[in-house]
Design a protein around this ligand. Structure first.
Ligand code: 6AU
Length: 262
């Protein structure tokens, strides 16, 4: 069962170069922490990425919320990714037909495929969405995640929807390398999906707008997920982002070490 293997052992099970490199990076850096950098000013986003950079494996962006976006932001983020050794995940949550998502992923102002190692999509439109994104992303050695579940209260992504999402992921394993999910489910022979879980917090359980936060140990040890995605728990309420990132890195990593030594 891949939940009991180390990230390094699992890197050998992947054919997708981004998944392989990502799992190696996690092991090398001893980090399964992704920071959700939901900030709307370029300077603030760059400052946060530089502060948390030493502690994270993945910087998660919502590039379309940045009011003063320009190509220089992308250049600076990719330079910081090199400096601190992390990857970039544009949390675009594509949700349209294959032909449209191809355009949204590869062109427009953001040209996401040109700089984002990983992106994600909803399965609502059916598997054409994966075919469209794969056409653009695979030649660039990119990878994607499918949203199999969500962290928010009342989500419709559950039950049969989740099961069908996993089936599609199995069909396109060269490009779909994992899920946004709340627990690990697809550990059939030959599976090795990377489970990334948002809705993680050490100090609070809810934001009053549907978000539900769980403890890193519950996510990684009890539920078998691989990456904790943390936003406001790290930079919200005037917190010291570097200090909090270190705290979350340790909590996430300790839970992982405990899980693989079970
Ligand atoms: O820690 P937070 O609540 O400040 O931030 C959580 C981040 C946000 C959401 O857009 C994202 O995680 N997210 C996702 C993702 C990553 O796809 C899915 C989901 O179900 N819930 C969720 O919060 O940037």
């Amino acid at each position: 069962m891949s939940a009991s293997l180390s990230y390094l052992e699992r890197s050998k099970l992947h054919s997708n170069p981004t998944a392989k490199a990502f799992l190696e990076l996690m092991e090398r850096k001893k980090s399964n922490l992704s920071v959700a950098a939901d900030l709307n000013k370029k300077a603030a986003l760059i400052e946060l990425a530089d502060k948390v950079g030493p502690y994270i494996c993945l910087l998660k962006t919502h590039i379309d919320v940045v009011e003063d976006f320009d190509q220089d932001l992308v250049d600076q983020l990719t330079a910081l990714a090199k400096k601190h050794d992390f990857m970039i995940f544009e949390d675009r949550k594509f949700a349209d037909i294959g032909n449209t998502v191809k355009l949204q992923y590869g062109s427009g102002i953001y040209k996401i495929a040109s700089w984002s190692d990983i992106t994600n999509a909803h399965m609502v439109p059916g598997e054409g969405i994966v075919q469209g994104l794969r056409e653009v992303g695979l030649p660039l050695n990119r990878a994607m995640l499918l949203l199999a579940e969500m962290s928010s209260a009342g989500t419709l992504a559950k039950g049969d929807y989740t099961v069908k999402t996993v089936e599609v992921a199995r069909k396109y394993k060269d490009f779909v390398v994992g899920f946004i999910a709340m627990e690990r489910y697809a550990d059939k022979e030959g599976d090795d999906f990377i489970y990334m879980t948002p809705g993680v917090g050490l100090d609070q359980t809810s934001d009053g707008m549907g978000q539900q936060w769980k403890h890193p140990r519950e996510v990684v040890y009890d539920r078998g997920c691989d990456v904790i995605i943390v936003g406001r728990g790290i930079y919200g309420n005037g917190r010291d982002a570097a200090k909090e990132a270190k705290r979350y890195q340790e909590a996430g990593w300790n839970a992982y070490v405990e899980r693989i030594s079970k």
